[in-house]
Every structure is written in C-alpha cells, then in structure tokens.
Unconditional design. Structure first.
Length: 299
C-alpha cells in the first residue's frame, strides 16, 4: 500500500509537467491549445534527433528544444492565434486542433510508426532506484521528474509574481485593453507568454520520452491527461495544476487497486466528478446572485 501511494505521488509529478504549459497558456491567453500533446511529441522527436545525429546530451537537447519551442510559440501567436482570437473563442480551438492533426501526420510521414525512447540517453538512470525503509524501491527517474515539476511550477509562479514580465503577463491576461492604455505592448506580451507555455513542452517531452516509448500519434494521450489535470485542479495559481495532477494520479492508482482494468476509468471518474462539481457550483452561484438582485431591487 505504501509503495502504491508513493508511486501515485510520482505519477502526479509527471502529470503536472504535462499540464503546466496547457494551464499557463489558457490562464494567460484564454486559449485551449489542442495541439499541446502533439507539440510535446514534436519536442521529444527533436531531443531524440539531437542525441542521435549530433551526440548531444539530454540536458543540452532539452535547452535547445525549449528555445526552439519558444520561438515557435511566438511565431504561432503572431501568425495564427492572434488572428484567430479576433474571430471569437471557437476559432483558436479549431486552429490548434487543425495544427495537431497536421503535426501528427507530418511526424508519421517523417519518422514512421516505430516507437522511440529517450531512455538510452541516460543509461543506468532509466532503471536505477532508491531503496526506502521496508524494502520499498522507487525509481530515481520518477523522483527527478517530480522535482522537475515542482521547480518548473515554482519558477513560473515566481516569474509571474516577482518580475516585470510576469506583471505584464498578468495585466494582459486580466484586461488587455486596460493594459494597452498603461503602455504595455499587449501583442508582444501575449506572444512571449505563448512562447513560454510551449517551451515548457520540452521538459514534458523529456519526461514522456524517458518514462516510456512514444510514436507519432502519442500526443492525444498526453493532451487528455493534461486536460483532465487542468479541469480537476482549476485555474488560478499554477500550484492548482500540481493539486489536480495528484488527484488524477491517486484516482487512477486507487482504481487500479480495485480492478486491474480500472486505471484509466478511475482518472476519468475523477475528471467527470470535477466537471459536475464545477457546474453545480456555477449554478449555485448564479442562483445566489439572482436572489441577491431580487432583494436589492426596489419594491
């Protein structure tokens, strides 16, 4: 039981890394990036290519892909998202959905259907473990991924709260028109925020590629887990992403203990429960607001 609980915490760290970029982009741009999973897979292929063709170590590959994704995010905002956002909330969703299909098929045409892994790039670390009291063994790689998720979220939260760029990003996310009146270049700030959101995908790609093999169409599963984490945790502080990730991981682990086939079902039930509670809470808030308006209305 203790081992399963520890593994659930470690799995939650992986889910948090997957979902951070998705949550950051939605909280800033109010855009649900349906290409999030495909971009993570793209970054994983990029890291793999840098290691195979140039012999670059994994950390260097992550940095290079983070820079590449940051540049891609800024270009994507300027060429697609900014224009799509002007047409309403639905167009950016459709645009990112189309982008995900394009990326999936391009990756299939380029790399084929064979599965790849980044585990050979770290040697013994891919299977090494820590021994805890009670003959409990936990993978070192999973521990490092959990620590990376904590550092990533802490770094982004610090940036948002303690830097000029972070303050500009928050201002634009809350009221773009007012931010522009205050002299903030809203378009450039939004582009930088999009670049940051995509750059986090390089870390997620490394975590995905080290944990398991992936293929060109593996982005859909990553997007699903990330989306469920964001809905369960809710918006606001990025630490809610970590909370949502832990809830999803514990729900899956608990369900797998009840039934061997219950791993995914448990996560989906947690997701649906969160959706129901949020809808119920919204309905209750609306009823309270209407009741207060009736009391305040002149007789």
């Amino acid at each position: 039981m203790t081992s399963q609980l520890i593994n659930a915490v470690l799995l939650g760290g992986y889910y948090a890394i997957l979902a951070t970029g998705l949550a950051f982009m939605y909280s800033v741009m109010n855009i649900i990036n349906l290409a999030h999973g495909a971009l993570i897979v793209l970054a994983a292929y990029g890291i793999w290519l840098l290691g195979e063709t140039m012999g670059l170590p994994l950390p260097v590959g992550i940095v290079i892909m983070a820079i590449a994704l940051f540049a891609l995010g800024m270009a994507l905002h300027g060429l697609v998202l900014a224009r799509a956002s002007a047409g309403g909330e639905l167009l950016p969703i459709l645009a990112t959905f189309g982008l995900s299909i394009i990326l999936d098929n391009l990756l299939f045409q380029t790399f084929g259907a064979d599965s790849l892994s980044l585990a050979p790039m770290v040697g013994d670390l891919s299977w090494a473990s820590f021994e805890l009291p009670g003959f409990i063994f936990i993978g070192k790689l999973s521990v490092y991924i959990l620590l990376a998720s904590i550092l990533l979220i802490a770094g982004l939260e610090w940036m948002l709260r303690h830097t000029g760029l972070g303050h500009r990003i928050q201002a634009v996310s809350q009221d773009r028109a007012t931010a522009s009146l205050l002299g903030i270049d809203a378009g450039r700030t939004a582009a930088i925020a999009t670049g940051i959101a995509l750059a986090t995908g390089a870390i997620a790609a490394a975590a995905m590629g080290l944990r398991s093999a992936w293929g060109p169409y593996g982005g859909s599963a990553q997007l699903l887990f990330a989306f469920e984490v964001v809905v369960i945790g809710g918006l606001g502080s990025l630490w809610r992403v970590m909370a949502g990730a832990m809830v999803l991981a514990f729900a899956q682990s608990l369900a797998s203990m009840i039934h061997p086939q219950g791993f995914l079902i448990g996560g989906h039930l947690a997701f649906l429960t969160a959706v129901f509670l949020r809808l119920h809470g919204s309905s209750w808030n609306l009823k309270s607001l209407l009741a207060r308006k009736r009391k305040e209305a002149p007789q």
